[in-house]
Design a protein around this ligand. Sequence first.
Ligand SMILES: O=c1ccn([C@@H]2O[C@H](COP(=O)(O)OP(=O)(O)O[C@H]3O[C@H](CO)[C@@H](O)[C@H](O)[C@H]3O)[C@@H](O)[C@H]2O)c(=O)[nH]1
Length: 480
Amino acid sequence: MKQTPPHIAILPSPAISHLIPVVELARRLLLHDDLHVTIIIPCSDDLPPSDATKSVLESLPKPNTRTIFLPPDRFDDLPSDSRPTAELAFTVSHHLPSIHRVLKSLASRNTTTPPLVAVFVSLFAIDALDIAKGLGISSYVFYPMNAISLSVFFHLSKLDEIAASYDFLKDLPEPVKLPGCPSFRGRDLFSGVQDRRTDMYKKFLQFSKRLVSGEDFKGIVVNSVRDIESEAVKALQEENSGKLTIYPVGPIVNIDSSGQNNQDSECLTWLGNQPRGSVLYVSFGSGGTLSFDQMTELAFGLERSGQRFIWVVRKPNTQPPNATCLGPLEPLGFLPNGFLERTKGRGLVLPDWAPQVRVLGHGSTGGFLSHCGWSSTLESVVNGVPLIVWPLAAEQKMNAVLLVERLKVALRPKADDEDGLVRREEIANLVKALMEGTSEECRTVRNRMKDLKDLAVKALGEDGSSTRALSQLVSMLKKI
Ligand SMILES: O=c1ccn([C@@H]2O[C@H](COP(=O)(O)OP(=O)(O)O[C@H]3O[C@H](CO)[C@@H](O)[C@H](O)[C@H]3O)[C@@H](O)[C@H]2O)c(=O)[nH]1
């Protein structure tokens, strides 16, 4: 008799940046075996499904996948310190009743799809573990970032004790040493846990306790490559052995799923006319932007570098020196007078969005100035493109430390001690160094990024570590 294929649900947080790895995970699982996948997306009035979200979801193979959008909810009790990260965490909490209804219906034997065997919840949706438990459905946590930032959540209670006499983790006098991780200054730790007085911090502390308990879920699927983060992955596995399984299945990156619109083809045609490895791609992720002053310095720095570039520009934020925003944008008017004319031909400025995966995979791209979001980082790694790190928020400063100090695949600009701005001269010099510098450091960065690319490709190969971890996960799902 033919076995019923396992049906799993994935519950991401509503941001596009979290959805991209979720969709890619679903695609990998579907390639791997005969599975059914339902993605359940909580929406809010502030975060309705964008065109980019819809286009990412449309790229999923149709027969065995389904997407359910949960309708917007009210947000009267959003904390006053609300930032995008807080919104994500609280959006999911607000949808718990509708998540319960959907999971219950998927788990019932009367649906047209096979009954649900497991639900994968993102860190921000961890409250849904109770619902799954109540319905008798197995759970896994899906963590779209890397092993070093996951370590912060595993050790947050301990960090909280160490920081007991400080309001802010940035004030910790000693560097923080987590097992298997590079040393981090307090201010480089995940931005959501910086201010111990906020509701957001308390929520993360709850998430952390839940993770450490290892109760109510069977394992954590992490977007890490074992051979790239070997020490951090090993530490997580050893600390949790017997309690839960860690599945490092990365790099889970979107492989060109977005449809191509006119702006995309213009950008790719332009790229196609540039010499090999000559273009620096500049982007700050799905919602990142700079202050007006910093944007001006970056514009002059790119101009002075004399290098070719593609720059995804967003309307500047009012919080210097760096900040993130999620919102509607009409940004080119904020560039310095005459910038577009003076850099015409060697620079391409794209408002808001670029076909990033294709840009990074293009032979003309030779460097990436990035905010170090984990998907951007992995997309750079799988294409062997060396980086300039420009972290803004979330866990990006930790990623920057990993890339510069441990992996040595990136250069880091120095900011002015007084106002925190990175000046145009520094930017120009660093861009030239990354693209054509002949110093030992520059050559090391470029060569080591090629080695890292090989490790990432190997991990996804037939007998690669990530392929094996995914097979192990699928076998577990089939046994449920
Ligand atoms: O013009 C653009 C800008 C972004 N992207 C895509 O959007 C994603 C951006 O993801 P990421 O690099 O991870 O950055 P964020 O959007 O900032 O992601 C948030 O979520 C990530 C985890 O998923 C964290 O690592 C980040 O710190 C957090 O800011 C990537 O797949 C990009 O290819 C585009 O396609 N075009």
